[in-house]
Design a protein around this ligand. Structure first.
Ligand SMILES: [Zn+2]
Length: 343
């Protein structure tokens, strides 16, 4: 009997924090509380992190980077202007990634029907050789690499809903054909990458798909991206499992960005991906937490996401954006469609 959902909760994660930094422990706690109050947290086992395999770690990150994180954490120094460490950050970063691996593996093996790793610190900005943007180890990339290297997976898709471009995940898989990386991000916005022309290199050409959205794009753009554009790419690629980089900072309340997506919009996007997974890859889909800095949005998006994963009706305690949605995203969508869907 497989569990309806498997969770990872990062025990002890509050020891990775810095006063007044937006990437704070409360982000995870409010998601967990919202799921507990809705009775959904109780549905799943909380998996412990699987110790990271050395060959998986080496395939994703450089030795120099791993040493740099450990050295900075030992001295409690920032890795860059935004990316802090504490003396607990190295084991906590390893555990965050290990939790993403454990959840992905449970869903891959059919031990759980779906999964959500509340990994923290987040991961999708960490490149092969550089921690950045609040991210130390790339949790979702390590989960994918583990399935490829140790579980017999051959083709996986990562879909990144965080409002910031998943530059780290893109960097790690940019020249590879075994991971399809689909991204929505606000542009212009830090880190500045993620243009529609960035499509992979060498054997990886065509296996990176970026949809940069102008500020104010909102739910309609998200619905097109995750309900139409990316499913068409998934139809071609035929991944064996979907991994979602679930950052909720595309939400309209987020203080760092302006994409104006609602929690219901997130839920519908995940419901579309779940539907694709049910039709084409045995329902295998799992979420790994990334960014998102408004606590009301955290609770609402976390709940909507899990409702969608479970096939339940989606609720939205925060409601739709009070700002008018723009339509400037439509030409970008047309350009992406013409570039990605040549057939
Ligand atoms: Zn973000």
């Amino acid at each position: 009997m497989s569990a309806p959902i498997a969770y990872f909760y990062p025990e002890g994660h509050s020891a990775h924090s810095q006063p007044n930094h937006p990437e704070r422990p409360k982000r995870v706690e409010v998601i967990r509380q919202a799921l507990e109050q809705a009775g959904l947290w109780q549905l799943g086992p909380q998996l412990p992190g699987e110790p990271l395999a050395a060959d998986v770690l080496a395939a994703v990150h450089s030795q120099e980077m791993l040493q740099a994180i450990q050295q900075h954490a030992a001295e409690q120094r920032n890795l860059d202007a935004d990316t802090y460490t504490t003396r607990h950050s190295w084991p906590l970063a390893q555990n965050a990634a290990a939790g993403a691996v454990a959840v992905a593996r449970a869903v891959w093996r059919g031990e759980a029907q779906t999964g959500f790793a509340l990994s923290r610190p987040p991961g999708h900005h960490a490149t092969r050789s550089q921690p950045m943007g609040f991210c130390l180890l790339n949790n979702v990339a390590l989960a994918a690499q583990h399935l490829l290297q140790h579980e017999g997976a051959t083709r996986l898709a990562i879909l990144d809903m965080d409002v910031h471009h998943g530059n780290g995940t893109q960097d790690i898989f940019y020249e590879r054909a075994d991971v399809l990386f689909c991204n929505t991000q606000q542009l212009p916005l830090w880190p500045g990458t993620g243009r529609v022309e960035e499509r992979g290199h060498g054997p990886g050409l065509g296996f990176t798909a970026n949809l940069p959205l102008p500020p104010g794009s909102g739910d309609a753009a998200f619905a097109h991206a995750y309900g139409e554009l990316f499913p068409a790419l998934l139809d071609d690629f035929k991944p064996e499992m979907l991994l979602v980089s679930f950052g909720f900072d595309s939400h309209w309340k987020d203080p760092l960005a302006n994409l104006q997506v609602s929690a219901a919009g997130y839920g519908r996007a995940i419901a579309s991906l779940r539907q694709w997974a049910q039709q084409h890859c045995g329902g295998r889909i799992a979420l790994v937490l990334e960014g998102g800095y408004d606590l009301d949005a955290a609770a609402a998006c976390g709940l909507a996401a899990v409702q969608a994963l479970l096939g339940q009706e989606i609720t939205d305690a925060v409601g739709p954006s009070p700002y008018a949605e723009g339509e400037e995203w439509k030409p970008v969508m047309d350009k992406a469609r013409s570039l990605f869907l040549v057939s």
